[in-house]
Design a protein around this ligand. Sequence first.
Ligand code: NAP
Length: 307
Amino acid sequence: MKKLRIGLVGLGKIARDQHLPALAADPDFDLVAIASRNATLDDVANFPTIEAMLDSDVALDAVSLCTPPRGRFDQARRAIEAGLHVMMEKPPAATVSEAVALAELAQAKGVVLFATWHSREAAGVEPARAWLVGRRIDAVRITWREDIRRWHPGQDWILEAGGFGVFDPGINALSIATRILPDPWHVDAATITVPAGRQGPLKATLGLSAGAVPVSAEFDFLQTGPQTWDIEIDTDAGTLVLSMGGSILCLPGEPPREAKDAEYPSLYRRFAELVATGKSDVDLRPLQLVADAFLIADRTTGDAFEW
Ligand code: NAP
């Protein structure tokens, strides 16, 4: 297959930590351009904006959007209108209606849109899904506690409106849960705590339903020390535990199974396959659940937050 010439937009933390190494190791992609206002990369064409990149004479087949969710709609729209395939970081957009509009636009233009959920590529997720088939599921507990200062240093956008606050990591848990647990999903109750002077919550609790299964979720952005990204699933055959963001799977009576992290290489493999088959992949359930939590949440103002 001819290599896909790809441009990356938003050269920040996740682009450098994960996208650049994954692209460098993938034989199906050729990273030819970067669009970032304040950062550049050696040996590729650099542009301050996606508009400048799309208006240039650099030929592209696809773009990968690694910017924050608010503002991504316009970037994706421009790329789709330019006839490019688009891969988007999670959360796919700042609102559900933006994401739906992008999916419709991509279909109308005949290009592939891939709304990625990197946590679904964690090693334990598909084996957990397979193990749960045919088992009775009684209850689910999600505990997602991480340190905003460690994983998102100085990222003020995450606590601005449209930045998702603690739902930025929490949506990863929901992306796994919606992949492995039954439909239909809905949010029954939510509380959020927003620090004084900011817009995004640092803490949230949710009561959800997955089919008839009660699911509780606790998201906390102020956890220092050991970090917790666990999903516990009570079944008629014992409790399944996915820990460390889905990378470790503990099945009842078995030793923990752990595999090497390959989330982002898997995402780019899948993007190449989607382009080859002309299929989009846009599952908006995790985004819809977060939006619904914001709609019905009891909101408390917490202590001011400084980095
Ligand atoms: P980041 O370090 O802030 O990088 C995002 C980059 O996008 C910035 O460096 C900035 O580069 C560009 N940008 C464009 N418009 C922006 C705006 N209005 N505000 C701020 N930056 C803007 O953020 P990140 O951690 O890489 O996160 C980006 C996306 O990846 C988010 O959707 C996040 O959920 C997702 N993600 C993050 C992680 C993680 O561990 N951090 C993990 C998985 C997924 P220029 O200033 O050069 O334009």
